[in-house]
Structure formats: C-alpha cells, structure tokens
Design a protein around this ligand. Sequence first.
Ligand SMILES: *Cc1c(COP(=O)(O)O)cnc(C)c1O
Length: 340
Amino acid sequence: MAKKDIDWGSLGFGYIETDYRYLSSFKDGKWDEGALITDPNVTLNECACVFQYAQTVFEGLKAYTTEDGRTVTFRPDLNAERINQSAARLKMPVLPEGRFIEAVKMVVKANEDFVPPFGSGASLYVRPYIMGTNAVIGVKPADEYQFRILVTPVGPYFKGGAKPLTIRVSDYDRAAPNGTGHIKAGLNYAMSLYAIVDAHEQGFAENMYLDSATRTKVEETGGANFIFVTRDGKVVTPKSNTILPSITRRSLIHVAKEYLGLEAEEREITLEEVKDMAECGLCGTAAVISPVGKINDHGKEICFPSGMDEMGPITKKLYDTLTGIQMGKIKAPEGWIVEI
Ligand SMILES: *Cc1c(COP(=O)(O)O)cnc(C)c1O
C-alpha cells in the first residue's frame, strides 16, 4: 500500500481532504445500506433541520498504525454505543447493530494511504456524524437523516510534547443542567465557542466548567474530562450526568486499577478540594492526557506540585501505559484494539 506523499511529522491538528467518505441515508423509517462516496461537499435544502435547529451529533476516534504494522482503532464499540445515545437524546434514529463499526472499517480501509505510519506521532482522525437533512420549519425533529464519516490525517494535538497548561475556572456553563451535557453534539460546542475564545484572549488554554446548579463541583472542559491524582496517590475523576462520558477517561480508570495497581474512583469533586490535588490532567481522544499545571480561579491561582515543566509522575505512568496499549507494546484488554 503506497502511502500518500505527506510530511507526517509536521502535520497539525487540522482538516485535510482524503479520497473517500461514507454515507448512509435514512428515509421512510429506515437506513439504506450505505456506501463510500468521493464528493467532500454536502448539498442540502436551505431549511434542513441541521441548519435551523442544530439537529446533529458526532463522534471522534482515531485509526493508527501499531508497532507491528497493523491498522487499528481503539474501542470503537464505545463510540458506536455513544453516538446512539446522543442520537436518541436529539430524537434522531439510532444506527442498526454493527453498522457503525462496519462503516468505520470501510472508510478507513478505503483511505489506508492516509493512515500515518507508526512512530510519526500522527493518526487518522475519524469523524462520524448524523444530521437531520429534510426541510423543517416548525420545531420538530427531521424525518430524513444522513450518517456520514469523514477522515483526516492529524498530527499530535500538542506540538513538541505535552507542556502543562494553564486553565481558568469559567463563569459560563458548557451545557444546560439536566440538558444535553452528557451527549456529543455540535450544539454543546457552539455554546462553548464564546467562552473558549474569551479564555484564549485572556491567555488561558481551556475553561474548567462547574456544575450549573451549585457552581461548586468540577464538571469538565469544552472537549475533555478531568482526571486528578490525590496527594495519597489515588486517581479520581468527576462523577456527573451532565458531562460527556469520555472513553479515554474510562480507559484510564481501568489502566490505573488493573495495570498500575492504583486506587481509582469516579466521584463528585468540589472546586474547593482541587487545591489539595497532586496532579491534574485533561483526557480525551485527541491528546490522550494533557497535563494541567495551574488553574486560575478568578485571580486566585491553584498551582499543582507537578509544576509547569512536565507531566506529574502518575499522570505520566497513566499516559505511557495507555498509549503503550494503543500502540501494541503492552497487552490490551480483550476487545480494546480493533483491526481494520
Ligand atoms: C469527545 C469529548 C470528550 C472526550 O471523550 P473521548 O471519548 O475520551 O474522546 C470529553 N468531553 C466532551 C464534551 C467531548 O465532546
């Protein structure tokens, strides 16, 4: 397989058009069988539900090359499950059993020349999405949909290694309480754009969102969950039904317990107790873990003992073990690595 002539090592985190994308349409109450197509543009009616009422949900996963040269994805069954939960919450039809993984395999295989080689630090980002496509003007769900998958080669999320970030406590909410905060949908991202641009203008990498109801509990950032290490070496992560259940977070908790022999738990975490934590990181598919060195709470700084130069020691162990599992260097739990 001849790889494309791309300088893999200098890829950023952006969109590059590839040869194929996947499309399946839902009409008259059922999904068609789906196929690969070549046109990167989508033509829809001006009144499509996705444009007017943002009826769209998405997923994000990576395909990459392992040390022994296999093209694989990481736990795609969890993305399949989650896109259906997101779709159900926005009154969209769910995908038939098996369809999601079959489509991911099809589109990655067709674009195999774009899967970056092992050791380049790059991967093929896979973006499945479902949207309401027919014209809707009164407030109601669409009755026609498209399930699409686009892929794009991306470089490491943070160039030159993961330097600890400085973030701030946000006065904005990421999503509505008891609303759609636990699903992966563009509407939550649209609502976070104002806060993220504002944070960047003030010199912060991200926003720490608090729970809307009491503003005392840690939720997540715009696109990643928090993971903390307590001073006695326990791994803890916020429990909340208004945050997105990160697959990376769930995998890290398993790694902490089963591979590193650490205590790990999902529980409510108050902003008050964050100052007593030893390490802090943001976790998600794009960067796996981005360490946080400092949190600014309205001018008051919380500085983690791990500092601003490198990841904390336990964060680093979690990171190395999970990326080792993903790359085939460490034996993965059953079903985590799915070959294309
Ligand atoms: C995608 C996403 C995450 C990270 O989830 P992963 O499954 O680990 O990639 C966290 N928070 C939000 C809001 C997200 O959209």
